[in-house]
Every structure is written in C-alpha cells, then in structure tokens.
Ligand binder design. Structure first.
Ligand code: BDP
Length: 710
C-alpha cells in the first residue's frame, strides 16, 4: 500500500483522527481577536460606514485608543482603515473628548456625557459617521474597546446611542503572586511579573495584559500575594512596581500593593508594628510617601491581617479598625485607599462561618472613609456554592468591596471547565433583606476584587475557557447587571466565532458547568471537602489537620444519624447573623433551598426531600447528576469538531476528558465515604457502581500539584 493509501485507510478505520480544522490558535489574543467579519451583509455595512479614524488629541491613552481602533478595524474589516488628518471627513470614526475636539463638542452630547462620568463613554451614530466621546482620555479608550466589541459580536452600528459608566468604582484584580515567581493558587504557570528583569525590561506582555484589562474596564491591579512579603515595599521592589505602573497607566490601571503588617519590623528596623505607636505611624507615612514618589497614582494597600498566621493589629491588642485606619491615614494625603480583608477566623471559634461577622460588625462606622472592607462572597472560603456572607447588609456605615476568586482553587483548577459568571451573578444579585426591601449586594459595594487566574501560560489562564472567568469578572465589575448568558455569548463570539451553531450550544454548556461542579463536588450545601492543602480532588475524610476548621469532617459532620452542619438556633446559630427573612428561609428545614440544606442543617439520612427521595438517595443522585452533566458537556464539545481551530478545540476536548474522569472520582469517592455513615445502598443510577474501593480512593496522593499548599 502506498503511503497515501495507508494513511487514508487508517483514517477510515478511525485510527488516525483528521485534524478538526487546518488552523490553530493558542489563545494568546484572548477576546481581542479581530478576524474579518464573516457575515457579508454586516461587513458591507461596516465598510460603508467606516472609512477612516480620527482620534482627537495626543496622550499615551489616546495613542492606545488610536492603535486599538486601527488594529481592530483593519482586522475586522479586512482592509486598512487610515488615520484621518482632520475630523470633518465623512464615514469617520471620531473619538475624543470635547475638551480636545471642537468638532466633537459641537455635537450636542453634553447630557449623555454628563452620565458617562469620568471613566465611561458615549457611542453614537451620526450623519458623518461614528462618534466615540468621553470626558477623559481613559473614557475614550474604554469607548474604543466597546465599539470594537460591537463589531466583534456582529451588531448593527446603524443607530447607536450608547451611554455607559461603570457602576463600581474599584474594579481590581488581586494577584496572589510571590516574589519568587510562583503564584499561590495559580494554575496558569508562573507569575506574569518577572521581578528579576524589572525594572530594566518591560516585557511586551505587560502591555497586552493592560489592554485586556482595559477592554473590560478593570482599573486596578494588586501585584503581590495577600500573604505578603515585606520586601515588596523596599525601594528595590517599589522601583519594579513603578515600571509596571508606567506600562499600565495609559490603560487606566492603577497599581496597588499587598502590605505586610509587620513590615516596620522586617524592613524598617523597628521593634514593633503596633498601629498606635508613633514611630510605626511615621514609618508607614514615610514609606507611603516614598511609594508615591515612584508611583504618583499608586492606588493603595491591600491587607490580610490576623488571618491564617499573618501579622496584624491584634498582635498588639489593637482592633482591625486601628490597623486599617493607621494605613488609611498614611495613604489619605496622596488620595490612596486601603482594602482591608474580612477573611479572618480565630482558632478557638465554634463555627468558622460566624467569625468575620463577629469580628467586624462591632467595628461598623469606625473605619476611615478611605478604607474598604473586602469581603469574600461567602462566609467560608470561595467554595463551589456558599450562601452570601452575612456581612453584606450588616455594615451600613462601612464602604465595602466584594472579593471573588477567578482562579479555581476549589473548582477543579484550570482543567475543569467551570464558568463562574453564574456564581458571581448569584452573589451580586442577592437582596440582603429579601424581596426588594433591602440593598442588593451589587448596589451596596463600591468595588469588586477578583483573585486573578493569569500566569505565563500562553493562553494566560491555563485553559482557554478559564479566561471566560477573567472576562466575566471584569465586565460584571463594570456592570453588575449583566447576565451570565449575555456574558458567555459575548465572550464566545469574541474568543471563537459568531457561528450560532457553535455559540448557542457552548453558551448552554457554560451555563450548566457551575452547577455540575457543585453537584459532583459538594451538592446540597456541603462544603470544603477537597483534598488537604492543595485542594485538588476529593477529601471528605480529611480529619487530621491541627486546626479543626480546616478538616472536611468539621464541615460535613456526617454521622449515623445524618449529615450537615447545624447552624440553626439548636446548633451554632450562625443563621442569626442574617436579616430576618433570610434567617427564616435558611433556618427552617421546610423553607431552606436544597442548595443550602446541609450548610444550615444536620439532616437525617431518611429525611424526605421535595423531590420525594430520601436525603441519602438525593445526595447520591446529585453526585451522579454532576457526572452526567460533564458527560453532556463532552458530547456537546465532540459535536462541534471542525467549527473552530484545532489548537483550542483539542485543548478543551482533552480537558473535558480530565474533568469527566475527575467528576467520576469525586462522585465515587464521596458516595463510598458517606455510605460508611448512611449504611444504605447506592440506588441504581447511570453512574453505576464505584470503580474502586474507598480505601483505594483514600490512598490516592496527588503530588506536585500546582498552586502551592502541597
Ligand atoms: C484560601 C487559600 C489561601 C489564601 C486564603 C486567603 O487557600 O491560599 O491565602 O484563602 O484568601 O482560600 O487569604
């Protein structure tokens, strides 16, 4: 047989798979790909409307807007769109601020611009072309990205009349990056910041990072881990941070640093870090002035204090407010802020879920106005599903910021496709007092902080689909009323294709993925059952950590009688931390939603669920449902071969395979373990009998897991 025939025969036999398509992408371009518009009618409309670009004025930010428009339009329209020499041309994209552009100031956009604020923009279809107007240069850049997004997602530009302003003021990524290049809970390679070659070398990737963030409207980045190293505050590292700030500045992104509370001792030579000691206060004031000298628009400090072994004001018998206010006073003369984290829990606490509320509510109203209390979405720790943190709604006199985790520490790392927009949307839309009477979380926070998932992986996030979570975070921080469905649709169109035969099924797949992970990991309100330390894979049996509240058994409390953590009045009474309607909803067994059942109640195995099943049967059914959902995701993806490029198709195909295997692992290990308490058979289901014994699952040791915590 000749080579060609042998090859054909192998293909026909299915031994060799043909590549899904001839071209391959690596994901580096993220959602800023600008391929030529495939819809002929739209392409004709765009070409007819857009012949040249004029960006009024010159500044690094306006230069970035000009470059992005030129780059984007060239790609999308498939032809060079020249930069015009004057703003009076027809078929023009005219971008700028009224202050710099008389042509623009004559267009009567004043009332729209008043609504656009300092960072927003107006996009309007006018007789002569498209106008992108803003009050500031950064508004123009945001508008440029938004305009390109319209074209990328194939929308008509015939009658645009868009006014946008960000709802949240602080839209900030938190990088848990260490100075040695590793990333705590990072699954996408090493840190983007090459501290060794900074400040001399500013890698082009820093600019692409800034472009990606600016395209979403993110306006700040905390460069270093909350478990901070005091060295970040030394002149050597401040100079490196300043170099990054120089790259990010044109894109409207301010640099912040995590501050180690004991830095005055470690790098300042003081004997104490007591926030009320005058020499400590002076030291921070001097240090802050030094930072502002290097980084004039420095954003401020993020602080993890008296939490998981970190130093803090309580080491000196001072309060969190004493600590936060001392730093707030240091940054206030420079216009900076302090983001003080509420993620604390004391060793001796009865119920870890109660700790943050117990520590912080007595301090409401005692923080300086430039302190934001940064609260994780749930009371424990970024679990697949948690009820909202009771601190939301309980700190009316304190500025708040919501902390979300974009990196999937507890959600299967980069290899599990779990779209987090539904999780983010769930907390943002909680009415803290129920039924329209109370503030909704999105309306009571002034900021959103997202623990970043970026790294040196070529596709930035360790998996192409993981970047959807970066995108969703940024877009929701700008407009927390966007829906998960709209965000998935937008991201898919920009990242892959506008082909509805791809976008529709994959949107549906993304929207089911978070519930799938909840089901195969921690259904019915279970929580914190991951393997010890690294949190990779199941570990419901973990009971050997010295801190009780880091053991899985502490959280699920399974015994012969039932399973779940009793947080009602009969138990820890954590439910009392919620406002009245939620207290009732969560606290009553006949009212609590299934999703939070075992979070708030210890429930007998034979308890009859709304589905008609016993709790035990419902629990095992949910585990299997999670596995089934991943199987369905895989089948969906398999049906899409050939619709996108090979590189990204194959990565996702392989990772979905890993996810199905691991969903199985989670289900098998968990039901076998819980069966040792329920002593009941696993009702027949499509998942069949567990593949291995409980002892085998318990003996699995995952080594060299990325992200630390090994
Ligand atoms: C936990 C992580 C730990 C972080 C901590 C935090 O396991 O690595 O340091 O959160 O938020 O989820 O401070």
């Amino acid at each position: 047989m000749s080579g060609a025939f042998r090859c054909l025969a192998l293909v026909l036999l299915g031994v060799v798979a043909l590549p899904a398509s001839a071209w391959s992408e690596d994901g580096y371009e993220l959602w800023l790909r600008y391929p030529q518009v495939s819809n002929a009618a739209l392409l004709a409309q765009y070409r007819a409307a857009l012949a040249s670009v004029f960006v009024a004025g010159d500044s690094p930010t306006l230069g970035a807007a000009r470059d992005e428009l030129a780059r984007g339009l060239r790609g999308l329209l498939g032809t060079d769109i020249p930069i015009a020499g004057d703003p009076t041309r027809r078929r023009l994209v005219l971008a700028g601020t009224p202050a710099r552009s008389p042509a623009l100031s004559r267009l009567g956009l004043q009332s729209s611009l008043a609504r656009a604020g300092a960072e927003g923009y107006v996009i309007s279809t006018q007789a002569r072309g498209i106008v992108i107007a803003a009050n500031t240069d950064i508004g123009v850049l945001h508008g440029a990205f938004a305009f390109l997004r319209l074209l990328q997602t194939h929308q008509s530009i015939d009658a645009l009349n868009i006014v946008e302003a960000p709802q949240l003021r602080h839209r900030i990524l938190n990088h848990w990056d260490n100075l040695n290049g590793s990333i705590e809970r990072g699954y996408a390679g090493a840190s983007l910041w090459d501290w060794h070659t900074l400040p001399a070398y500013k890698a082009p990737r820093y600019t692409d990072y800034a472009r990606a963030n600016a395209s979403l409207g993110i306006n700040g980045t905390v460069l270093n881990n909350v478990n901070a190293n005091a060295l970040s505050l030394t002149p050597e590292y401040v100079a490196k941070a300043a170099a990054l700030a120089d790259v990010f500045r044109p894109y409207g992104i301010r640099v912040y640093l995590s501050a180690r509370f004991s830095a005055p001792i470690e790098i300042g030579g003081l004997k104490t870090a007591d926030p009320l000691a005058p020499d400590v206060r002076d030291w921070w004031a001097g240090k802050t002035a030094e930072i502002y000298k290097a980084i004039p628009d420095f954003g401020g400090f993020l602080v993890k204090a008296n939490s998981e072994g970190q130093p803090g004001p309580q080491d000196y018998k001072r309060t969190h407010a004493d600590g936060a206010n001392m730093l707030a006073d240091a940054v206030a003369p420079h216009g900076g802020i302090v983001m003080w984290r509420a993620f604390v829990y004391a060793q001796e606490a009865d119920d870890r879920a109660e700790q943050a509320y117990a520590e912080f509510t007595p301090l409401d109203g005692t923080f300086r106005p430039n302190v934001l209390l940064q609260i994780k979405n749930g009371p424990i720790d970024f679990q697949p599903r948690e009820p909202f943190s009771p601190l939301f709604g309980a700190m009316p006199r304190t500025p708040l910021t919501l902390e979300l985790q974009i990196t999937k520490e507890y959600l299967g790392f980069a290899t599990h496709l779990v779209y987090l927009a539904p999780l983010f949307e769930e907390v943002l839309s909680v009415d803290t007092r129920v039924n329209g009477t109370g503030p909704v979380v999105r309306d009571l926070v002034q900021g959103a902080a997202g623990v970043a998932n970026t790294g040196t992986s070529r596709s930035w996030c360790g998996a192409v689909f993981a970047c959807a979570n970066w995108h969703a975070f940024g877009r929701l921080a700008w407009n927390p009323r966007l829906t998960s469905a709209a965000l998935a649709d937008e991201w898919l169109r920009m990242t892959f294709t506008n082909d509805p035969a791809f976008v529709e099924p994959v949107t549906a797949m993304m929207l089911t993925s978070r519930q799938a992970a909840v089901d195969y990991m921690t259904p019915l309100g279970l929580t914190h059952l991951m393997a010890r330390g690294h949190h990779y894979g199941p570990g419901p049996w973990v009971n050997t950590v010295a801190r009780a509240d880091q053991n899985s058994t502490y959280f699920h409390r399974a015994d012969a009688g039932g399973i779940g953590f009793d947080r009602t009045a009969a138990g820890s009474n954590a439910v009392a931390q919620y406002a009245a309607p939620w207290r009732e909803t969560f606290g009553r067994l006949d009212r609590v939603p299934d999703d939070y059942l075992l979070w708030f109640h210890h429930v007998p195995w034979d308890h009859r669920m709304a589905s008609g099943r016993t709790l035990w049967n419902e629990l095992t059914a949910r585990y299997c449902r999670g596995v089934e959902a991943v199987r369905a995701m895989r089948a969906t993806w398999a049906s899409l071969a050939g619709r996108i490029d090979t590189g990204r198709y194959e990565e996702t195909r392989a990772f979905l395979g890993v996810q199905e295997e691991e969903a199985r692992w989670w289900r098998d290990a968990s039901v076998l373990y819980f069966q040792t308490f329920s002593k009941q058979p696993i009702a027949p289901d499509t998942c069949g009998a567990p593949a291995r014994t409980l002892a085998e699952y318990q003996s699995i040791v995952s080594r060299n897991v990325p992200g630390g915590g090994n």
